[in-house]
Structures are given as C-alpha cells and as structure tokens.
Design a protein around this ligand. Structure first.
Ligand SMILES: Nc1nc2c(c(=O)[nH]1)N[C@H]1C(S)=C(S)[C@@H](COP(=O)(O)OP(=O)(O)OC[C@H]3O[C@@H](n4cnc5c(=O)[nH]c(N)nc54)[C@H](O)[C@@H]3O)O[C@H]1N2
Ligand SMILES: Nc1nc2c(c(=O)[nH]1)N[C@H]1C(S)=C(S)[C@@H](COP(=O)(O)OP(=O)(O)OC[C@H]3O[C@@H](n4cnc5c(=O)[nH]c(N)nc54)[C@H](O)[C@@H]3O)O[C@H]1N2
Ligand SMILES: [Mo]
Length: 753
C-alpha cells in the first residue's frame, strides 16, 4: 500500500459518504447535526452551535472518527443468542472491530469464572450483586476508573458515590494520556489546560506542533493550521516521524484546499524519540545567545529565570546534540524562527507526555514560551491538544484521586458529609494494587482499561485477580474478553446523544456546553447517571444525607456542580439559558498567573540520556488513523501506507545496517515481553534508530515504567531489540496465530484466562 501525498482530502470525503450510506444517510445526518458535543476528540464542537460546527462557527466540520463513533452507536442490538453462541475464549480471538461491530449492548450481563459464557441478568439482580459486594468489602479494596467520553454529570455523580462510600481510588484515562500536561502546566503557570482559545491559534504567526499527529488524531484542527499558513504564519513540526498530513493536508470543507492541498509544516524537525527535552532546551539556549529574551516580562511575571539562565549557559552544545539527535544548525534555525515571531503558540500531545520525563517535557515547553513572554497575552500561549471528548470535564468535576482543597471543602459542606482523606490511587497504582491482591473490586465507567494499559499480560492478570469488575459500556471491546474478574458485570449504557436528559461536556478550550441528548435509538441501555444512582441507593441508603434517587435528575447534579466546582458556577443556569460558558481563570490573555504569587515558575531540568544503543531501538507505540484508541476500525494505516498492523516500521538504513530484509518476519523483545513474527517494514519517514508499532497490540512490550510526577506510563521510547524470526510458520499463515492480540502465550504461558 502506498502512502498518499496529502492528508484529508477526497478519501476523507469519500469515507464520510460511504459511512453515511452504511448507517442510513438520514440517521447519520440527524446524529451528526444534533446539538451534542462531538464524541471523539476534545477540539470543541457541537453543543449550542449544533453538530458539525467548530468553535469559530465554521461549518461543515466533520472527521472520519466522528463518523465511525456515530456508526457504532447507530448499530442494532446484540441478541441473547450471541452470548449463548460465543464463549469468552472465542471472543478473545476477535478483533476490536469485530467486537465493536457485534452491536450495541442492551441488557446486563454477567460472567462467572469457570463458566466461559456471559449470561443475561436483570438490572435489579445486577444492582443487588454489586451492592452486596461493595458492602462486604472495605472501601480501600475498591477502585473507580473513568474514560473521557462520559458526561460531567455521570463523572461527578460516580466520584461522589465512590467518596461517600469511602474511597479516593478514583481516576480517569488522563493518567495514561495528558496527566503530564496537567501537572506540568499547573506547576508552571497555575492552570492545567490550554491558556488560549482557538482564535488565538489562528492569529499566531508561529505554531509549534510537538509530538503529535493532529492530521490524523485531531483533523478539525488542520483548518486552523492551514489558516495560520494562509495568514503568512509558520508551522514548525517536531516529530521523529514525517507524518504525511503534517506536510500537506487537504481540508475537506475548504474548496481551495481540497482541490490543491495545503502545505502545513514550514519546518519539519526529526529528533530521536525522547529527545524533545534536550531539543527544547537547545532552542532556549540559542534564544538566550541571540539576546531575544523578554527580560522585563521575566522579571515581573516569573520566578526562577536567573537559575534557568545560568543552567542554559552551563549546558554544552555537545550534550544537547547528543541527547536530542538534532544538530546545532537545525536548532539555530528553529531559534531564529522563534526569535522573529511576535506571537507563538506551542501545541503538543502524546509524543511529549508518554515519557518517564513527561512533566519535564511540558515544563521545558513552558520555559521556552516564558522566555519570550509568549504566555499571558492574546494570540500566543500553550495548547495541549486533548484526547477524549470530555476528558477535561471529567477531571474538572472531581474525577481525580486527590481533590483540590476548595472542591473537597465545598463537597463536605454542601452535602454535610465527611469524605475520606486517604491519598487515593492513580490508574497504574490501581492495576498494581489489583495484581498484588489488595484491590478486589473495580468499576469502569466506559473505556477499555485492559486495552489501554502497559504490560498487557500483567493487566489481564491484575483484572483477573479481582473478585468483581463492573463495566458501564455501550459496545464490546477487548477488555470484556481479557479484563475479566471472578464475576464480571457489564451494564449497557446510552451514548450522550441518546440520553433522555441533557448532559454537559467541556472542550479543550475550556468551554462547557449542553448536549441535547434525546435521540432514542435502542431499547435496553440506561443512562449512566441512572445506573450509578441505582447502585448508590442500594449501597448507601437513606441513612446517608444524599437522596440518590433525586440525583438521577441531571439538573440537580448540575446545581451541585455549580455550588462545588470553582469556575463551573454558570452550569447552574445552563438549563434555562442554554448558553455555553467558558471556565474563568484558564485562558491567560494577561501576564498574571493563577499561582499563589501571581507569577509563573520556571523549572530547571537535567537532560535525560537517549535510550537504547547500537543494538537496540527506541520504540514508539502509536495510533493509526483508522482506530480510536483500543478500538481498531481498519487494519490498514492509510497515511503511513501500511496495509496491516502486525508490523514494525524501521528506517531502510537500519534494515541494511542489521542485514535484515524488508518484509521478513522478526521477533521484537523488550525487558518485559516478546512479540514473535512481526512483519518488518521499510519506512523511510522514521528517524533511524527509532521504530514504530501500533497500540494497543504492542502493549505487550510496554513496561510499567512511569513518570514519577504524573504517573503516566512511558508508551513511547521503549527499548526493544529486533531479531529474525526462526519460527517455521509465520504469523498469519498458521491457525495458532489467528488470535488478534499477538502471540501472548509465548511471553507468559500462565496468563491466559
Ligand atoms: N483517529 C484518532 N483520533 C484520536 C485518537 C485515536 O485513537 N484515533 N485518540 C484520541 C486520544 S485519547 C488522544 S490522547 C489523541 C492522541 O493524539 P497523538 O498524540 O497525535 O497520538 P499518538 O498516536 O500517540 O501519536 C503521537 C505522535 O507523536 C510522535 N512521537 C512519538 N514519540 C515521540 C517523541 O518522543 N517526540 C516527539 N516529538 N514526537 C513523538 C509520533 O510520531 C506521532 O506522530 O488523539 C485523539 N484522537
Ligand atoms: N501503548 C500505548 N498505550 C496507550 C496509548 C498509546 O499511545 N500507546 N494511549 C493512551 C491514551 S492517550 C488513552 S486516552 C488510553 C485510552 O483508554 P480508554 O479511554 O480506557 O480506552 P478507549 O479505547 O478509548 O475506550 C473505548 C470504549 O469506551 C466505551 N464507550 C464509548 N462511548 C461510551 C459512552 O458514551 N459511555 C460509556 N460508558 N462507554 C463508552 C466503548 O465500550 C469503547 O469500547 O489508552 C492509553 N494507552
Ligand atoms: Mo488519550
């Protein structure tokens, strides 16, 4: 398969038309146009502005992922016969796409260890079982994991229930995603999200896109990057892989761009995986040498500049070059661009956060921005491009182990309760607690905790050690097959646009919007909030001060959120005003920062060594355009020109150096796992010394090593060795390799359920 020369364009348009026809064009149109926040990424859209409209009121804005997500929700029900026919062992061999395409979950199901089949269960029995279990355990033996697709209302209610029940083991998928951005930004500028709005990006004259592939993962942002270029601005991409869509993108909703394509990157720099901290520090050093530092801003608005300046002066160029893999000449060029810019925006995603030094990466970006006063004014600032559509909202309304002091106090006062003060575990700590046998119960509000975890075998074992696991899901995923406890209960829930009551979401630019809900597609699933209240009522009946029954009313939950969550006050009126609002104090258009003394903090870091050596590679585990996280829709990766996923992408120079042949079968090993019979692909767009594999299949190789500050696992920069495979039967030709997840048994024979 040949990679295209531009991203987006006619293939994207064609895909949209095809998907629409598969699901019924009218139903698809209704779904997409309804006033509901888009279900995929967090680039704001929808809500009061209606579907397919972005935060600058551009129409039509749609992407492939939103079509796929919508198509999944438009499916019919999974029948009872399905679960009588297919055993768990059979479902294990299904691909994520097959699992998702099985249809919508419509009745509660239970799997009991040793039975090998999911069986139907009544809602009442399901609630009773869960309540009995929770009452029998101590709160410290339980945990609650949230994905980022659920509403603010469901997120708030479930964390409230968990804390009232007695545990702070409450966390969300952000711990595997942007937690390093939150921690890094808060420790520097006092707020954990974007400091700008979409319009600022468009007005900037220089935009850095670091460690991300928005052309594939946030396609609606590409219009903005195109506009920056049309305005005469520049776009710098920092990425070990040359991603086609960041070089050239055809915006489907722009005729000129669709026909002729739009150049995106002005400059494309390929550091080694994990080399960003050194590279960014290098740009900072050169900016200092050029004398392009905003001294007065640094003196008035920041702390730590003198120390950082001394640090930059002491660091050698040899060290910077060696630890970034970028030459001094290239760094000089970047610094020149930066020095010439009046308004710079720095954006980044997982190439920055998925490292053991993720927080330091983010702080280094902030340092660089502060040096030229690029935070705290219009048209310039910091932009972590968020993942899940409501991951930011879930975090805002209290889905974190440790609540902000203000939220904690207001929660206690508002409900007249005492909440636990235990530290609470992050996501990885919960998996480790489960594996150690300390945790016995897990509740997953959406997501795929198994599939998203590092060290897949360990994750499966951890979940299998639990007494009970409860999933609130819309469709089946690999977690339901591998991440199963002694008793596993699946409760089917409605997607946000099907909710009988309106819900709210928060976009990455800090706008909170009402989603109308209201499309009744399918009988059976219940609203997330009613399921949570249903269990809560049984576990914590009247004796407790909260009337859980009445909390099924989203309006009532919003009143509580308004009273408790700072910045969310306006949500109390949103039912009458229907008006979106922006959370105050987050967009920083003036140089006063929401820190204790109003100043931003500059942090000093040692530069980490690059991982690996001549005999090993740095591996990145990434998404293809045809998947949404653990749900893989297409086996091919259109943009990188790959027609299958059981591959490892390596530079032709490395293939020659190691005397490999392209398209030969190889084994890939890391310190924790081995995947046998992977197809070696020659890929000249990757920086030599680095290799690429697809998430979640490659998670077998990802160690549980994490960033000490944010607890985000290092999903990028894993040290691996590659050797020719001597197995007689390559994967794909022998029945034993039919299992979609690679040959896991070869790693740990005991791990199969
Ligand atoms: N189509 C689609 N869209 C999505 C998702 C999806 O799965 N599919 N997922 C959503 C979610 S939850 C998220 S978090 C976002 C993720 O969006 P991204 O962060 O764009 O996703 P990744 O696939 O993790 O890709 C990371 C990019 O970083 C580069 N990279 C890897 N290592 C390094 C490094 O060390 N340094 C630098 N500078 N670059 C590096 C890779 O080459 C790749 O281009 O997308 C969201 N949108
Ligand atoms: N190796 C490696 N691992 C990674 C990453 C990586 O780049 N490399 N990326 C990490 C990142 S950035 C993230 S965000 C995580 C993703 O972690 P998760 O958020 O846990 O995983 P998803 O695959 O997004 O979850 C998809 C499932 O959510 C359910 N769902 C969909 N819509 C709804 C809804 O409206 N309500 C409810 N209740 N359920 C719903 C469906 O059952 C679907 O199967 O993975 C992380 N893991
Ligand atoms: Mo994410």
């Amino acid at each position: 398969m040949k990679a295209p020369r531009t991203g987006g364009g006619w293939p994207a348009v064609w895909y949209t038309v095809k998907k629409a026809f598969e699901s019924g064009p009218w139903r698809m149109w209704q779904g997409l146009r309804s006033k509901n926040a888009c279900k995929t990424c967090a680039v704001g859209m929808g809500g009061q502005r209606g579907g397919m409209v972005n935060e600058q009121n551009h129409f039509p804005e749609v992407c492939k992922k939103s079509m796929q997500a919508m198509a999944a929700d438009l499916q019919g029900a999974i029948s009872r016969e399905f679960f009588e026919t297919y055993s768990l062992s059979q479902l294990e061999a299904w691909t994520p796409k097959q699992l998702e395409s099985a249809g919508r979950l419509v009745e509660p199901l239970i799997y009991r260890k040793g039975q090998n089949y999911y069986e139907p269960l009544s809602w009442e029995d399901a609630f009773e079982k869960i309540a009995t279990k929770l009452k029998a355990l101590t709160p410290e033996e339980t945990f609650f994991y949230f994905s980022g697709r659920s509403s603010n209302e469901a997120g708030f209610l479930l964390q409230l229930f968990a804390r009232m029940y007695g545990t702070n083991n409450v966390n969300n998928c952000s711990y595997y995603c942007h937690q390093a951005s939150g921690v890094g930004l808060s420790s520097s500028v006092g707020t954990g999200t974007a400091t700008i709005v979409l319009d600022d990006v468009e007005q900037a004259d220089l935009v850095f896109v670091i460690g991300g592939n928005p052309s594939s993962n946030h396609p609606r942002l590409m219009r903005t990057l195109m506009q920056v270029r049309r305005n005469g601005g520049k776009v710098v991409v920092i990425n070990p892989v040359i991603e086609v869509g960041l070089v050239n993108f055809s915006i489907p909703s722009d005729v000129r761009s669709l026909l002729f394509g739009s150049e995106i990157a002005t400059t494309y720099i390929q550091p080694h995986i994990g080399g960003d901290l050194a590279l960014i520090t290098g740009i900072a050093k050169r900016t200092l040498e050029l004398g392009k530092v905003e001294e007065s801003f640094l003196q008035e608005a920041t702390n730590g500049w003198e120390e950082f300046k001394a640090h930059l002066e002491s660091i050698s160029w040899e060290e910077i070059e060696a630890k970034s893999g970028v030459s001094k000449a290239e760094i000089d060029d970047l610094a020149d661009l930066y020095a010439a810019s009046k308004n710079t925006v720095f954006s980044w995603t997982m190439g920055i956060t998925h490292h053991a030094h993720g927080v330091e990466n983010v702080q280094a970006i902030v340092n660089l921005a502060l040096m030229r006063g690029m935070v705290g004014k219009p048209n310039a600032g910091l932009m972590p491009i968020r993942g899940h559509s409501n991951v930011q909202g879930i975090g805002s309304v209290g889905v974190t182990p440790k609540l902000k002091d203000a939220i904690f106090e207001r929660l206690e006062n508002h409900f007249e309760v005492q909440l636990p003060t235990t530290p609470g575990k992050d996501t990885l700590a919960c998996m480790e607690g489960a594996h150690a046998g300390d945790l016995k119960f897990g509740w997953c509000l959406g997501g795929n905790l198994y599939g998203s975890n590092p060290d897949s075998d360990y994750a499966a074992e951890a979940m299998q050690k639990l007494d009970m696991l409860v999933y609130l899901s819309t469709t089946l995923n690999t977690g339901h097959a591998y991440g199963v406890a002694d008793e596993t209960i699946i409760l089917p829930v409605l997607a946000r646009d099907e909710e009988p009551q309106a819900t709210t979401q928060e976009s990455m630019f800090n706008y909170v919007r009402l989603s109308d809900g209201g499309i009744q597609r399918i009988e059976g699933p219940r609203s997330e909030v009613s399921v949570i209240a249903g269990v809560a009522k049984k576990v914590l009946p009247e004796t407790k001060p909260i009337d859980w029954q009445s909390m099924e009313d989203h309006g009532k939950i919003r009143q509580a959120i308004a009273a408790i969550i700072p910045g969310y006050e306006a949500i109390g009126k949103i039912d009458t005003t229907k008006e979106e609002f922006q959370i105050g104090g987050r967009t920083l258009h003036s140089p006063t920062f929401p820190t204790a003394d109003g100043r931003a903090k500059i942090h000093v870091h040692d530069l980490p060594d690059l991982k690996g050596d001549d005999h090993s590679f740095r591996l990145m585990t990434v998404r293809s355009e045809g998947q949404f996280n653990t749900v893989v829709y297409e086996e091919y990766d259109f943009y990188r020109g790959q027609d299958r996923r059981d591959v490892i992408l390596m530079h032709p120079d490395d293939i020659a150096r190691l005397k490999f042949q392209p398209d030969q079968w190889v084994n890939v090993s890391s310190e924790i796992g081995k995947i046998r019979n992977v197809l070696l692909k020659s890929f000249e767009k990757i920086r030599p010394g680095n290799v690429l594999m697809y998430y979640p299949e490659a998670n077998v190789l990802v160690p549980r090593q994490s960033d000490p500050q944010s607890r985000t696992p290092a999903f990028k920069g894993i040290v691996v060795t590659v050797e020719p495979s001597v197995d007689p039967e390559p994967r794909g030709t022998s029945p034993a390799f039919k299992k979609w997840v690679f040959d896991r048994a070869a790693v740990q024979p005991t791990s199969s359920p």
